[in-house]
Design a protein around this ligand. Sequence first.
Ligand SMILES: [Zn+2]
Length: 271
Amino acid sequence: MAQTESQLAGERLARLKADFQVEVLGEWGESGSGAGGEARSGAWTVAELDRLHGTLSLLADAMGGSGRFIQNLVNVAVKKSDIGSHGGEALAHKVSFSVNGSFSAWTVIHEFAHAWDARHNWGLAKKLEKYTGGHTSKFQSFFVKLFGMSDSAFSKPENLPGRRGRKPGCNAAGYFYGDKPSGSNWKFNRVEDFAESVAMYVGWERGNALSQHARNRLIRYTLNDGEKDAFNVPDNWPFYNKYFYPEEGDYAKTLRWRFVDELMKGRILSS
Ligand SMILES: [Zn+2]
């Protein structure tokens, strides 16, 4: 007898729990369960549970195995909820994905990195900031903006090439990133930097579900002025090259890659 969708989902849920201590909350089932043939809001398909498991395996492998993953994150509940326009949200022991549309492997790693950081009271982001030579100062940011040295408007970004607030300190948080992140915008701060740095590390040159995204993040700085990147955003890429493009285009030569590598290998924290 063929297994039903809910039996298959049950197996996947048990595997997520056993391998990663990750508990998926909500309903599951094939689209078609709803009256109109669409998936119920907040429901998970077996394909999504498989994508979640496969992506968490990448993070666990980077950490040195599922035992290390469980030590680092200690029980995470995952659900889909109505969180507006962004793809995900995270606190210690809790990750939410948007009910609108599906989630990417990149979003999974980004949000689980936040959950890991949150469990350390956002201290991993602080360590990254320090390791890469960055700092956060709203005061200094105010003067950069006041004297017209910012690539944004005074108190907000503009949706125009060269005006999105990508330069150090030219963001809402007053975050002066050090070394070279893979990107920055008005919403960038050390917490987002940490989550993006973990996703870049997991994806960079490993031939997995994050790798093309990671490459796309960097090759845009070699585009011509005004060209659109893989995310459909036009910008003054040659101008930004010096802030973001790593030596020889190799992300593994950045301080962020090295920091995450040390963290994954347990040389920065013991738990
Ligand atoms: Zn985030």
